[in-house]
Design a protein around this ligand. Structure first.
Ligand code: DON
Length: 565
């Protein structure tokens, strides 16, 4: 009896152990934009697009209606990554608990081939997978929006494009950040375009200048009237193909006509008391996020201090292992037998890191795991919730800033350079330093592996957190950190998003850290464990929505121009 009493006391003491204080003042970006609402709202990369999406919610539309409007509004107000010339993923949790994943990722053109980015000596050609027409996959965004609307929309499709058309035709004032970006890429724009484009003017762009895009306004008006065929057939399709021919591209009219958005089964997993709903292949996001969460789940990170060396060490060690799996096992599951069950098998995930290593494990000592056999036979983000209880997480991209830099003449939009997300050659990293293999080799019609991780976390039968991020390979770790910042470290939503971020992707064997995040003491402790640290600029841009006791909290990442409405 006495023993039982002491045992219970001990358990109580451990459970009540106060969380250790962080070994440093937690670095957070100061100007986080939040808004507390009672029904629904939008958080995305641009305040005008957030306002456009929310105007649909206010008029009685649902989260999908608002998502369609936001996607098209971002194509106007956020030319860096918002798009109709690219693709993306949408994760949906409907109020009745139904979950869906929509894949509108770009597709390799029919003329694509495995070695298309290699020279005669087998070396990867510099830049052709990133600049100009040959970098583009067949765009999926318009098909995606039409598919989402067909299944869930309640407002007529044409009406959903009206805010974007207005923004494109009348223009909107650009921010300092956008002005700087447009100035930075001016030479690329001039190099890869034959005719004047809306994004180039003689004098440098300044904050407050109006960006008008009349050609894009006409294109959007046409899509609004004609739906999917307005983009994939007829004059816009012809304009895309003409642009491809002029810029070394290979997308054909048939490629466009055959493009389809695909409904897929989301990655569903459990982590602590939460249900995780995220994107399956051709994104690596959902599988990799789930592997990360499951790896750290058993190590009581909630007893570690936020941004302490021990917590960072644990997360980084998990990241190395799951990114090694990503490089080998993940690709478009319609073309490659992605071992989803094995990758998501709890026993397998646990075996990959049964204990927290004392010292940093060198990347060279890690490789993709030997998966258990399949016994039974997986950039710009916006989050939206509505008053009906529906939640939508969408990440969409043209890959690099302004995609391939090629604007479709007469149609006014940037084409993507998503082909760079394929593995051009095993062992040669892409622009994000990511390695790939057979699973992500180029094949006609195949979709390139992505890191985009639109994610919904549900709890007690309703959505609880809606989030995602841009940032290439750092997307998954940005989403991972935001979730654990709340669930393990007890940070409020705004702090969880604003908190400094770090990232490890197995290769290179380095922890990338936002400047100023780790104090010299934390860095020293990590170096002593054998980690290499490299400070860099912003990592990710998480636009998230949190359900709180006070209401629904919309949170825009403070790092850029993101906004809430
Ligand atoms: O799909 C992917 O993983 C990449 N094309 C995303 C690119 C990206 O996030 C760039 N933005 N920062």
């Amino acid at each position: 009896m006495r023993t039982l009493f002491f045992l219970l006391l001990l358990i109580g003491l451990v459970a009540c152990r106060p969380k250790p204080q962080s070994t440093q003042s937690a670095y957070v970006h100061p100007s986080v934009k939040t808004k507390l609402v009672s029904t629904g709202g939008v958080t995305c990369a641009n305040p005008y697009a957030a306002e456009a999406g929310n105007s649909i919610l206010k008029a009685g539309g649902n989260a999908i209606d608002a998502a369609v409007t936001t996607q098209f509004a971002l194509a106007v107000t956020f030319p860096l990554g918002g798009n109709i010339g690219g693709g993306g993923f949408m994760v949906i949790r409907w109020h009745d608990g139904q979950t869906q994943a929509l894949d509108y990722r770009e597709m390799a053109p029919s003329g694509a081939s495995r070695d298309m980015y290699l020279d005669d000596f087998g070396n990867v050609l510099d830049s052709v997978s990133r600049y100009g027409g040959l970098a583009s996959g067949v765009p999926g965004s318009v098909a995606g929006m039409v598919a989402a609307h067909e299944r869930y929309g309640t407002v007529p499709f044409g009406k959903l494009l009206a805010p974007a058309i207005k923004l494109a035709r009348e223009g909107f004032p650009i921010t300092q950040i956008e002005a700087n970006r447009l100035n930075k890429y001016k030479n690329d724009f001039l190099r890869f375009n034959r005719a004047p484009i809306a994004f180039v003017k003689d004098s440098p762009w300044q904050a407050g200048d109006t960006l008008r895009q009349p050609e894009l306004a006409n294109t959007l008006e046409w899509i609004g009237k004609q739906g999917k065929d307005g983009f994939y057939k007829g004059k816009i399709a012809q304009a895309i193909v003409d642009e491809m021919k002029a810029t070394n591209g290979i997308i054909t009219l048939e490629d466009l006509a055959q493009y389809k958005a695909i409904w897929r089964k989301p990655v569903l997993g459990h982590y602590r008391d939460y249900q995780i709903i995220s994107m399956p292949p051709p994104s690596s996001g959902g599988v990799t996020l789930m592997q990360l969460l499951e790896t750290v789940e058993s190590f009581r990170m909630d007893t570690m201090a936020f941004h302490s060396p021990e917590a960072i060490h644990l997360m980084v060690e998990a990241e190395k292992r799951v990114y090694a799996d990503r490089a080998t096992h993940l690709g478009d599951a319609d073309f490659y037998p992605v071992p989803m069950e094995g990758l998501l098998d709890s026993v397998y995930i646990h075996q990959r890191m049964p204990a927290i290593p004392e010292k940093a494990t060198p990347a060279s000592a890690i490789s993709a795991g030997d998966l258990p056999p399949e016994e039974h036979k997986n950039t710009t983000h916006f989050s939206i919730v509505d008053s009906f209880g529906n939640a939508v997480a969408t990440t969409t991209t043209i890959n690099s800033a302004y995609g391939s830099k090629v604007v479709v003449q007469g149609a006014g939009f940037f084409m993507n350079n998503e082909m760079d997300d394929f593995s051009a050659k095993p062992g040669v990293p892409n622009q994000f330093g990511l390695l790939g293999n057979e699973a992500n080799a180029i094949e006609p019609g195949k979709r390139m592996l992505s890191s985009m991780t639109p994610t919904i976390v549900a709890k007690d039968g309703q959505w609880w957190m809606v989030l995602g991020s841009p940032g290439g390979s750092t997307i998954i770790t940005s989403v991972f950190q935001t979730i654990v910042n709340v669930t393990e470290f007890g940070l409020a939503g705004d702090k969880a998003v604003a908190a400094g971020r770090f990232h490890h992707q197995w290769r290179p064997d380095t922890i990338f850290v936002e400047k100023g995040v780790f104090s010299p003491r934390v860095q020293e402790a990590l170096r002593k464990k054998g980690h290499h640290i490299f400070e860099r600029g912003h990592i990710g841009a998480v636009d998230a929505i949190f359900r709180t006791d006070e209401g629904i909290e919309l949170v825009a990442d403070p790092r850029w121009d993101d906004g809430v409405d």
